[in-house]
Ligand binder design. Structure first.
Ligand SMILES: NC(=O)c1ccc[n+]([C@@H]2O[C@H](COP(=O)([O-])OP(=O)(O)OC[C@H]3O[C@@H](n4cnc5c(N)ncnc54)[C@H](OP(=O)(O)O)[C@@H]3O)[C@@H](O)[C@H]2O)c1
Length: 167
């Protein structure tokens, strides 16, 4: 955490901002919505986005990108790919990711997540321990949360039927 936070602070203080096209901070989705095993990493990444907002308030162009998983982590054996995929995360396609980064910079975003997620898997896994409203507006999650058509029509859902009774 110290390296990430002080590194960003030093760049903020030392760079000549008039000469920069962009000031881009590489954060992680861990800093956007947490990660079970990386508390210090989460805090360090969350700091980068706080710094981005703070710099914008000072009139300085800044973007903090919360990246998902890059595939080079597999080659460097920094992550168990089976565990990552089982959690619902997909590895970023580098070409797509860089093209998305270009759009984010063109749009002059301040804080944004760029990740590839299979929400059908990720959301149920993420909420196994406790519920969250954090992803309610993600379209794929909203579809999961929407009541089944028969519930919306006021009819009992199949699972509400007493076992062994025909409806
Ligand atoms: N890879 C991913 O899937 C992923 C996902 C989300 C976010 N990110 C973020 O993207 C950034 C780059 O990730 P990466 O995977 O490309 O990392 P990386 O290849 O491990 O590179 C990390 C860089 O940080 C430097 N560094 C590490 N510890 C340092 C310290 N204590 N003091 C000063 N410099 C230090 C390293 O210097 P040396 O070369 O000298 O060791 C290296 O240049 C990181 O901020 C990471 O949190 C990466």
């Amino acid at each position: 955490m110290h390296a990430k936070v002080t590194g960003a602070q030093h760049l903020d203080e030392l760079l000549d901002h008039d000469e920069l096209d962009d000031f881009v901070l590489y954060s992680s989705t861990a800093g956007m919505w947490g990660s079970g095993h990386h508390a210090a990493y989460v805090a360090g990444n969350a700091y980068l986005s706080a710094l981005a907002v703070n710099r914008r308030a000072r009139g300085l162009r800044t973007t903090s990108v919360h990246w998902g998983k890059w595939p080079d982590d597999i080659e460097r054996e920094l992550a168990d790919p089976h565990h990552i995929r089982r959690s619902g995360l997909a590895y970023l396609d580098p070409q797509q990711a860089l093209s998305a980064l270009g759009r984010v910079l063109d749009d002059d975003e301040t804080v944004i997540g760029l990740t590839d997620i299979d929400w059908d898997t990720y959301y149920p896994v993420f909420t196994t321990g406790r519920p969250t409203r954090l992803f309610d507006e993600v379209p794929e999650v909203a579809r999961q949360l929407a009541p089944a058509p028969q519930q919306a029509a006021g009819l009992p859902a199949a699972s509400d039927s007493p076992r062994g009774c025909a409806t």
